[in-house]
Design a protein around this ligand. Structure first.
Ligand code: COI
Length: 352
């Protein structure tokens, strides 16, 4: 399928108003955005227009019943000025998995890739080059029926916008292991990247932040004794024996950075175990000295270390003055993304 995208350029780029190498995460957006509409069972009217507000009806289905899903991905500019996307097809796969769970239509790969290629080509000058920075790309889909009543929408919009970013976190994290609230329940929508999951996490996260924590470390909804993920990322635990991460299920997000950490660590000959990790086990590892590191992984968060976790009011501090394996993994990701070493996993897709 060839995708015809109509392009309406900005009259004047606004890039000179910003220092794109030094922006606050999520505050600055590039000149253009992509949109396509799903009407009568067909994706149509693919277009790139100046980034800006869109008109919505107060009855818009997504605003009331929450059929809204999104992705987070990045494009990088290496030292030679070449641009490449990091594992974009993984984002498309996950978008379509979320779409299925939310009763939304599948987005064809041709539309997704053509939208990314054309939009990023047009706004290529906005991609920062500093180590650790990137062009964050936000593909998202939402229901657009104007109708009062709970039913799946018949019409949808898929859009993409982009923003130059630096690190989402610039410090180690303190996390609170959640004992009451639930992010994802068995049979629920925890593995879908849907807006509602983030909305539902905000209140418990606010409570944790009031107590001085950066994030909630979610636990399973049934017993609140097994680790799941944080509100922005997956979680890893490194002991003297192995690298552990909670196994995937319908309660947590299948992170693409998570998957990449696992692939790289295995390539390095490390033992990686995807399993249920109980909080008692984690505390025991801490108390016996077996626990070396904990970190979160995500597109926005990249790899960020946890320096402290708290459970039932007791804090457990990690020793941050060690040779952190997570720092080596992060450095290898950066080297692959910046083209400093060969992309042996074929993760990068070049901008045409
Ligand atoms: C991402 O990592 O891309 C996310 O979607 C999470 C959010 C913190 C921006």
């Amino acid at each position: 399928m060839s995708v015809k995208i109509t392009i309406n350029h900005v009259e004047q780029t606004k890039i000179s108003s910003y220092d794109i190498e030094n922006v606050e995460f999520g505050k600055v957006f590039t000149d253009h955005m992509f949109s396509v509409d799903y009407i009568g069972g067909v994706w149509q009217n693919s277009r790139i227009e100046p980034f800006g507000k869109i008109a919505l009806s107060p009855t818009l289905s997504a605003l009331h019943y929450g059929q809204a899903i999104f992705e987070g991905m990045k494009a990088f500019k290496n030292s030679k000025g070449e641009v490449a996307f990091f594992r974009p097809m993984e984002n498309l796969k996950r978008l379509n998995t979320s779409a299925e769970r939310m009763c939304m239509p599948q987005l064809p790969a041709e539309i997704f890739m053509e939208a990314l290629q054309k939009l990023v080509k047009l706004d290529e000058a906005w991609i920062p080059q500093k180590l650790g920075s990137a062009l964050y790309i936000r593909p998202f889909m939402f229901a657009t029926d104007d109708f009062l009543g709970v039913k799946q929408s018949e019409t949808y919009k898929f859009m993409v916008y982009a923003c130059p970013v630096n690190a989402y976190y610039n410090h180690y994290l303190k996390v609170k292991v959640e004992e009451y609230y639930t992010r994802g329940a068995k049979g629920g929508a925890g593995s879908a990247k849907c807006a509602g999951n983030y909305a539902a996490a905000m209140y418990p996260t606010m409570l944790a932040q009031k107590e001085g924590f950066d994030q909630v470390l979610w636990t399973d909804g049934a017993t609140h004794t097994f680790l799941e993920e944080t509100g922005t990322s997956n979680v890893f635990v490194i002991t003297k024996d192995a690298i552990y991460t909670p196994e995937l299920s319908d309660t947590l997000l299948a992170g693409i950075t998570r998957k990449s950490v696992i692939e790289l660590a295995k390539d390095w000959g490390k033992t990686v175990v995807e399993k249920h990790i109980s909080i008692n086990e984690l505390i025991e590892w801490h108390e016996t000295g077996a626990l070396l590191e904990m970190f979160v992984s995500g597109t926005a968060a990249t790899l960020t270390n946890i320096e402290l976790f708290s459970y039932k009011g007791k804090s457990y501090q990690l020793d941050m003055n060690i040779d952190l394996l997570s720092a080596r993994i992060k450095a290898e990701f950066n080297a692959i993304r910046m083209g400093d070493i060969p992309d042996r996993f074929n993760w990068m897709i070049a901008l045409n």
